[in-house]
Design a protein around this ligand. Structure first.
Ligand code: ADP
Length: 246
């Protein structure tokens, strides 16, 4: 495998009963790259994402994280090494913002956790003095997602998994966070997988877009290539429905 591949899935398969969530999916993500997983609800996007931090255990096939077989890695250690922004943020409601953001540095017994927390809040555009002592319920939806991103980035992971991080936000807040996302990528250089059902978001934010359907990757390509040469009728239809043109 190329040394530039930081995340990979090889023939990854997963079923829930007789429902196929992933059907022999292979993908390789390069260091520093952002790959968006796009497709309709139920296509397998979240399942694929969650294989990488072992929230999902594969039936067959494997995932590789920096060339290490995911099945051989300690799941707890893996989740501390990899940032994860779940749908709806997943903040602990009975913990203040600062404690939520400090979670991973604290688990890793990082002596610099206070500094990491302050820096992470600043990175996502929240004033630590104003926000660290607030409760999640005292935040707007957009602020909550910023905190969730700060928490994922606090210990500066090389890899961050984003599961529909902006899905529940209004259009303006969503656009603000999309812009912030681009800035964070440039500043921190992490590798990311981004699940979204918004094709425009995928085309705007990602280096490559993987179109998923029925547990398989229908096409994976750079945005310009996807727009210029949709590989299947389904991809063409998806582009047409989103009214996105080359
Ligand atoms: P997406 O993220 O594209 O909406 P998912 O990966 O969440 O798709 O789901 C893929 C398929 O697997 C769907 O049919 C879904 O209903 C099923 N599925 C996912 N997670 C579970 C689960 N924990 N239990 C049962 N079925 C599941």
């Amino acid at each position: 495998m190329s040394p530039d591949v930081i995340l990979a899935a090889e023939a990854a398969s997963k079923r829930y009963g007789d429902r196929v969530a992933l059907d022999r999916v292979s993908i390789a993500v390069l260091r520093g790259e952002c790959v968006a997983l796009i497709g309709e609800s139920g296509a397998g996007k979240s399942t694929l994402l969650r294989c990488f931090n072992r929230l999902v255990t594969l039936d067959s096939g494997r995932v590789l994280i920096e060339e290490r077989d995911g099945a051989t890695l300690d799941a707890i250690v893996l989740r501390r090494e990899m940032g994860y922004v779940p749908q709806e943020g997943g903040l602990l409601p009975h913990w203040r913002v600062g404690r939520n953001v400090a979670l991973v540095p604290w688990l890793k017994r990082d002596p610099a956790r206070a500094v990491r927390t302050t820096e992470a809040l600043q990175l996502v555009g929240l004033d630590p003095g104003q926000f660290a002592m607030r409760w999640p319920r005292e935040l707007s939806g957009g602020q909550r997602q910023r905190v969730a991103i700060a928490r994922a980035l606090a210990s500066r992971p090389a890899i961050v998994l984003f599961d529909e991080p902006f899905g529940a936000l209004d259009a303006i807040t969503r656009a603000e966070l999309q812009t912030a996302f681009g800035g964070l990528r440039r500043e921190l250089g992490f590798t990311s997988l981004l699940v979204t059902h918004d094709l425009r978001e995928a085309l705007d934010l990602a280096d490559r877009v993987a179109v998923m359907r029925r547990g398989q990757i229908e096409q994976i390509a750079a945005p310009s290539e996807l727009l210029a040469a949709p590989a299947t009728d389904y991809v063409a239809e998806l582009l047409a429905r989103a009214r996105v043109r080359a």
